[in-house]
Ligand binder design. Structure first.
Ligand SMILES: NC(=O)c1ccc[n+]([C@@H]2O[C@H](COP(=O)([O-])OP(=O)(O)OC[C@H]3O[C@@H](n4cnc5c(N)ncnc54)[C@H](O)[C@@H]3O)[C@@H](O)[C@H]2O)c1
Length: 383
């Protein structure tokens, strides 16, 4: 029987190749002053920014966001008197934008609200209006209610999270992703795939997220290898922008699993792209989950969901779970994503990572509780 559920997403979702040009009209009426966060090359979006109908301060962002980067960005926004925030960039830029919009509405410091390592205060007031315009596909951060920040002092990534952090506008234009270099296409695309697979088997899945996550996997199968092989393939880029969007909607409402539980911990320790960390873990964690479900909970519907995922990814309606795992492992190899040790994760840290992963908020969505030994085996396989 289906239990109670709810679903929340961005206030407005606008999708389509070429639609980024609508941004100025879409944010009309959002106030006289805004802060625009971009990647390290704001000139890429110069024509879009100059067309905005407000007095704009541009804040370029480099690297994945830290607590200090959020402090600097919100200081710039406060100094400018920003009434709205726009983020044009990858998940890093969008997460920083979400954090700035929340801090402008609520006051205080990022650590006041950061989960796990911060003070975790509830976020009681609305954010100022925030528009998310992704240039990677992706994190789906344009439709999620959290922002991931690294706290170097704690050596850990954690989220600032509130329903009120859902962007007022998610403007998804696949043309903005055609410049992504192959390594970014690979890492962000495998993140998008993971963000469809983990909600599909999550213990918090709902009928709505099942539909979205399954469709997202279909788009990943159609677009991921093709977008990596030819970045200018707009059809493939469109498939991946959809995969990312649907994954974001799914994870925001069904949560994730042990892959993201691990990724939050490992991402605070080594400077490896979030998506590449997820990619290295995806096949080993899937194998661990399937083995544990078969041994301890063989009637769990997550096993059927894994078979459904295998059919969607391979395009073979009769595919087994093992076929699906093999498709994932082959795709990760094809896209040139290496193991975690090559990325700098010290094998001596395995026990520490496993202990922290067990308590991470993402791990709680995993379809079955994995033992420390099962988590350890999956992590060692991902090294
Ligand atoms: N809030 C969420 O729901 C959520 C979900 C998943 C991941 N994340 C977070 O998102 C971050 C990763 O985001 P990401 O994978 O989008 O990567 P990213 O934003 O870190 O960007 C990766 C690199 O690609 C460059 N780039 C971005 N778009 C480009 C383009 N069109 N052309 C050329 N270069 C481009 C960036 O400048 C950067 O150097 C991580 O911090 C991760 O933790 C957040």
């Amino acid at each position: 029987m289906t239990g109670p559920f709810e679903f929340a997403t961005a206030g407005r979702v606008v999708f389509g190749a070429g639609r980024a040009t609508e941004l100025p009209a879409l944010v009309g009426g959002w106030g006289e002053r805004a802060v625009v966060l971009t990647g390290s090359r704001p000139d890429r979006h110069a024509s879009l920014i100059t067309a905005l109908p407000m007095d704009v301060a541009v804040v370029p962002v480099s690297g994945e966001p830290t607590v200090d980067a959020a402090r600097a960005a919100v200081a710039a926004a406060r100094e400018h008197g920003a009434q709205a925030v726009l983020g044009i960039g990858g998940g890093s830029v969008i997460d920083l934008g979400k954090t700035v919009a929340m801090l402008l509405g609520n006051g205080g410091d990022p650590l006041d609200y950061l989960e796990v390592v911060g003070r975790g205060h509830p976020i009681g007031r609305p954010s100022v209006p925030f528009a998310a315009v992704p240039t990677t596909a992706g994190t789906g951060a344009e439709v999620t209610m959290n922002a991931v920040l690294t706290s170097p002092e704690h050596g850990r990534k954690a989220s600032v999270r509130a329903r009120s952090m859902l962007p007022a506008l998610a403007l998804v234009d696949p043309l903005l992703t055609v410049d992504c270099p192959p390594a970014v296409t690979a890492a962000s695309g495998l993140d998008a795939l993971t963000q469809c697979l983990e909600p599909l088997v999550s213990r918090h899945r709902t009928p709505i997220t099942d539909a979205l996550a399954a469709d997202g996997l279909r788009h990943a199968a159609a677009g991921l290898r093709a977008a990596y092989a030819d970045g200018s393939d707009v059809a493939a880029r469109t498939e991946m922008a959809l995969c990312s969007l649907l994954g974001g909607m799914s994870l925001a409402n069904a949560k994730l699993g042990a892959v993201h539980g691990f990724a939050g911990v490992i991402g605070g320790l080594v400077p490896v792209a979030h998506g590449a960390i997820c990619a290295a873990l995806l096949a080993p964690v899937t194998e661990a989950n399937v083995r544990a479900l078969r041994e301890r909970d063989p009637d769990n519907p997550a096993l059927a969901a894994y078979r459904r995922a295998a059919a969607l990814l391979t395009g073979d309606p009769g595919a087994t779970v093992e076929d699906g795992v093999e498709w994932i492992a082959r795709t990760v190899r094809l896209l040139g994503v290496g193991g975690l040790a090559a990325g700098g994760l010290d094998p001596d840290l395995v026990d520490d990572v496993v202990a922290k992963t067990g308590s991470s908020s993402s791990t709680k969505g995993n379809p079955i509780d994995l033992t420390e030994e099962e988590l350890r085996r999956a992590l060692v396989a991902a090294l």
